[in-house]
Design a protein around this ligand. Structure first.
Ligand code: OOG
Ligand code: MG
Length: 261
């Protein structure tokens, strides 16, 4: 795959996001042989294009870290991508459905480090020692592909479907609670639509952060202190509709909510 092809594929998903128009997955016809390594090159180019447009990275995110997500999306390995400034929604704010293609929401646990973490041998214990705060979050995913249908390389190239993040404002020290047994509910208009526990995320959400640090080290990158890090959907993702009031409740971590107009 040459640099022109990488640019072409990055522009393909980038354009779909900007036009809010779903497209056929890359591996269907455009480039059936796309490998995971090539997909990360496409993602890097996509990130470069967004930075060039003046957007900024807020922090990294892990995806496909729970059984529920693996089953729902029919892909089996954790992946990473990036949350940008234009995606961030304040707790309690509203979004307009018109700005998305077919958005879904998933409850997540977020981390903020007080020290940088560099792989390749970061452990969950290293993560907990380096963590300043943990917080509740909702991620809005909006795959650029038709019907959220994709292979692992497709979704990596598409920045792991990232399109929105609502960060809770309630910060807790990681030693104040056991993150694996934090209970989680996702409700829409008061009705519980999915539920789970922190352990759904690779046994403990700190494992997800460790895995992320170790994956990033292959590119010579590290996790930086101060950036919010999303550890991956705990439950399956739920499709949004106009009029929804979405709340994720995480035991001991607090709530996070937003409206859909
Ligand atoms: C891919 C995004 C995965 C997560 O938390 O698992 C992700 C998708 O489901 O479209 O963000
Ligand atoms: Mg997610």
């Amino acid at each position: 795959m040459d640099s022109n092809q990488i640019k072409e594929l990055a522009s393909y998903v980038h354009h779909a996001e900007k036009e809010k128009c779903e497209v056929e997955k890359i591996t269907a016809h455009l480039y059936p042989g796309l490998t995971i390594e090539e997909a990360y090159y496409v993602q890097e180019e996509l990130i470069r294009q967004k930075l060039e447009e003046g957007f900024n990275i807020i922090g990294p995110k892990m995806g496909i870290t729970s059984e529920a997500k693996m089953r729902q999306m029919n892909v089996n390995d954790p992946i990473y991508g990036y949350v940008f400034d234009y995606m961030v929604i304040n707790d309690g704010d509203s979004i307009s459905l018109a700005n998305y293609i077919h958005p879904k929401v998933e409850p997540e646990i977020g981390f903020i480090l007080e020290k940088d973490l560099e792989g390749p041998e970061v452990t969950a214990l290293d993560v907990l020692q380096a963590t300043a705060y943990v917080f509740p979050a909702i991620e809005i995913i909006d795959s650029r592909y038709e019907n959220f249908n994709f292979t692992l390389p497709d979704v990596i190239a598409d920045n792991t479907s990232a399109r929105g993040a609502v960060f809770g404002t309630y910060l807790r020290k990681p030693d104040e609670l056991e993150l694996d047994v934090v209970g989680v509910t996702l409700s829409i208009n008061g009705e519980i639509r999915s539920l789970g526990a922190g352990a759904a995320v690779l046994g403990h959400p700190a494992n997800s952060v460790a895995r992320l640090a170790n994956m990033l080290s292959r590119k010579g990158e590290k996790l930086k202190a101060g950036q919010p890090i999303l550890t991956g959907g705990i439950t399956e993702a739920i499709r949004l509709a106009a009029g929804d009031f979405v709340t994720a409740k995480l035991g001991g971590l607090g709530d996070v909510s937003f409206f859909v107009k």
